[in-house]
Design a protein around this ligand. Structure first.
Ligand SMILES: NC(=O)c1ccc[n+]([C@@H]2O[C@H](COP(=O)([O-])OP(=O)(O)OC[C@H]3O[C@@H](n4cnc5c(N)ncnc54)[C@H](O)[C@@H]3O)[C@@H](O)[C@H]2O)c1
Length: 249
């Protein structure tokens, strides 16, 4: 399999820690130059150092994904720094406290949608024109298994992640003729700080994963980097679960 990303330029949002950091590291490992983006500048620099110390090529740019202008500035920075944009991973997201639908505070609903769904739309809106300048590219949107199924009392999160899958299909349909691929990723529960916010009962979470454990960030990073390579050139508009079998039950 040719998983090389040599010569490609990638942007990853929410790359200061967790899944985003792992994706940025995998992109760099397979040869891409990477713009690491987040709102946590200090940890973002740690991601950059980790990549550059391993022989890769990365720079940091601060961008809040809930702001459309910030996405444009991020893409402009990538173009100015590396001259092109081939891969964008819209990864940044938040997990809010648990509420049943009728109990979700309205401001919380808007906050989750603004980061988890608007943030992906704003990203694609800025990334697509840049990719078209170099004949196409790949947009990876991090959804969740909870983009396919609901989960008790995740009244805002699960709807936001379902929306990401719909948006991914729409991008694929509209831009496939111009050589832009769009893929939605569905991680199951992955060991990151995001789970702290969910206060999970770990034993019951483990039982939901037939593999018998939660996932690791690098297991998402490696898969995403492969999916962005030319080996997957005919994959477009797909939802790809990476879930230790979660969705089989
Ligand atoms: N961890 C899981 O179990 C899991 C499962 C499925 C999907 N996901 C999704 O994967 C993505 C990454 O999750 P994670 O577990 O690594 O989370 P995390 O909380 O460990 O990291 C999220 C990163 O996003 C950044 N971020 C938050 N709000 C932002 C904003 N407005 N603009 C820019 N950056 C922002 C944070 O600073 C942080 O660096 C999210 O979209 C999440 O919904 C996570």
């Amino acid at each position: 399999m040719n998983s090389s990303l040599l010569g490609k330029v990638a942007v990853v949002t929410g790359a200061s820690r967790g899944i985003g950091r792992a994706i940025a590291e995998s992109y760099a490992k397979y040869g891409a130059k990477v713009v690491v983006s987040d709102i946590d500048n200090s940890e973002g620099q740690t991601t950059v150092e980790s990549i550059n110390n391993a022989g890769g090529n990365a720079v940091y740019f601060h961008a809040d994904v809930s702001c459309a202008k910030a996405h444009q500035e991020l893409v402009d920075f990538a173009m100015k720094t590396y001259g092109r944009l081939d891969i964008a991973c819209n990864n940044a997201g938040i997990a809010p406290p648990s509420f049943k639908v009728a109990d979700v505070p309205i401001d919380l609903w808007h906050k989750v949608i603004k980061i988890n769904l608007d943030g992906v739309f704003y990203g694609a809106r800025a990334q697509i024109p840049a990719m078209l300048k170099n004949g196409g590219g790949t947009i990876v949107n991090i959804s969740s298994i909870l983009g396919k199924v609901a989960f008790p009392e995740l009244g805002a999160y699960s709807p936001s992640k379902h929306g990401v899958i719909g948006l991914t299909k729409q991008i694929a349909l509209d831009y496939a003729p111009q050589n832009i691929r769009s893929i939605a990723i569905g991680p199951a529960f992955i060991q990151t700080e995001l789970l702290d916010g969910l206060s999970p009962d770990f034993d019951s979470l483990l039982k939901l994963h037939p593999i018998g454990r939660l996932g690791k960030p690098n297991e998402i990073g490696e898969a995403v980097a492969s999916l962005c390579s030319d080996s997957f050139s005919f994959l477009n508009g797909a939802y790809v679960p990476i879930d230790g079998g979660f969705l089989t039950q």
